[in-house]
Design a protein around this ligand. Structure first.
Ligand SMILES: [Fe+2]
Ligand SMILES: [Fe+2]
Length: 261
């Protein structure tokens, strides 16, 4: 079984990059299940309902979120009905939606869980390790289990991955929007990558138009970060091949491409 995981989709360029590249990658690699992090899909922050449906209609089977899960508050209006949307499991003050979802593909159970890290994050969350330990205790049935671990610190993500090595199919980091060159199988078999990267403008600052970021951060001018909807389209993803007997991975392969319009 092959699972394709797209990193944080940033704005229109990111959405179109996934829309255009997804069918080609699914055909090329024989992908069975597609995951994407959608926390930046709507104008760079959050995910509105129409973009949720756009990505699902484009072929994404499950969308995960992150610290921007609630940047578009209208998510409250649809999150309880969004059966392919996973928000962070360990949020302490948010009850809506799902922190982990179980799917079935060709008779194989696939669980997708989204966890928010603590370092450099404002959100109040349960400790990531404790939160996942509870989930595993409540759901002991064997399955393919992919965790989208959303955080800034590569060391925090490594610690988490070692803690659950052999118990999860893969721990894939998101949030930094920069793909790390460390995809590998850990000692007990779990696939790990500290950050899968992003889908969006490769010439910006983590997906935002660079001059608008420089004006604000360096020159202290007011105004929001802008997105360049005409920018080149980059996708960052990874392909995880899963052994259908053990539910552990055979391989993890990073993908980094510029998508032609
Ligand atoms: Fe992000
Ligand atoms: Fe994030």
């Amino acid at each position: 079984m092959k699972i394709l995981f797209f990193g944080d989709i940033v704005g229109k360029v990111g959405r179109e990059a996934v829309h255009l590249s997804l069918p080609r990658l699914v055909r090329k690699y024989g992908v069975d299940f597609v995951l994407a992090n959608g926390e930046n899909a709507t104008h760079g922050k959050g995910l509105n309902e129409s973009h949720y449906h756009y990505l699902i209609d484009s072929g994404v089977d499950c969308i995960t979120l992150g610290n921007h899960w609630h940047s578009k508050p209208s998510i409250d209006d649809y999150i309880d009905d969004a059966e392919r949307l996973v928000r962070p499991l360990n949020l302490l003050h948010y009850e809506h939606g799902f922190g982990s979802l179980l799917f079935e593909v060709n008779g194989i159970p696939i669980r997708i869980t989204n966890i928010l890290c603590q370092a450099f994050m404002r959100e109040e969350v349960e400790h990531p390790v404790v939160s996942l330990q509870k989930l595993l205790l409540d759901n002991p049935e064997p399955c393919v289990h992919i965790v989208d671990l959303h955080g800034e610190s590569t060391s925090e993500k490594q610690i988490f991955a070692y803690e659950f090595d052999g118990l999860l199919s893969a721990v894939i980091g998101t949030h930094t929007h920069v793909q790390t060159n460390d995809a590998r199988l850990l000692e007990k078999g779990t696939a790990f990558m500290a950050d899968v990267g992003m889908c969006g403008d490769p010439d910006g600052v983590i997906g935002f138009e660079k001059d608008s970021v420089i004006r604000k951060i360096v020159n202290g001018q007011s105004g929001a970060f802008q997105l360049n909807d005409e920018a080149p389209m980059m996708i960052n993803a990874c392909l995880i091949e899963i052994d259908e007997e053990t539910y552990l991975p055979k391989s993890i392969t990073p993908i980094h491409q510029i998508v032609e319009r």
